[in-house]
Unconditional design. Structure first.
Length: 88
């Protein structure tokens, strides 16, 4: 059995909450950062590593933006079963 404990991020920093707080430029920055992180998964899958494919649930409620502006740290938080496929 495996237990993982972590500090809960502030609820108002989750993406689905931030869209109601941010001006358009702030939302665009958040969306660009999220898309950039998701693209890393697509690039990994395209890299041709035999037999391994990853997927990510990219919905806004799985992203936490800690801090403000371009320097804010973006975290992906998903507690569901990992999405991957081995050898098809």
């Amino acid at each position: 059995m495996l237990y993982i404990a972590q500090k809960r991020p502030p609820l108002d920093r989750f993406g689905h909450q931030l869209i109601h707080q941010l001006a358009f430029d702030g939302f665009k920055l958040l969306a660009d950062r999220i898309v950039s992180e998701i693209a890393k998964v697509w690039h990994f899958n395209a890299s041709g590593i035999p037999g391994i494919e990853l997927a990510i649930d990219g919905q806004l409620s799985n992203w936490v933006w800690a801090g403000d502006g371009r320097d804010g740290q973006l975290y992906f938080i998903d507690t569901s079963t990992p999405l991957y496929r081995e050898n098809g």
